[in-house]
Design a protein. Structure first.
Length: 71
């Protein structure tokens, strides 16, 4: 099973259907710490041939760069 997610620092760049999360939700980062997840939802990235639909987008205000990952 393949899942796709994205981490973003700002809700305004990903405006679609976000849901507030509890303060207990965190995402682990490479330095051993974890950062809080404040919202989640989905978004659409317009690309050249067709839009890319993103599910499980997590908003983490403390992240420095917007990331896309596939697992």
């Amino acid at each position: 099973m393949v899942s796709m997610g994205q981490l973003a620092g700002q809700e305004n760049i990903l405006p679609n259907a976000f849901h507030a999360m509890t303060l207990q939700d965190h995402f682990p980062v490479g330095d051993g710490y974890s950062i809080p997840i404040t919202n989640s939802g989905h978004s659409i990235l317009p690309i050249r041939h067709r839009p890319l639909y993103l599910n499980n987008v997590l908003i983490t205000p403390n992240i420095v760069k917007n990331l896309i990952y596939v697992c």
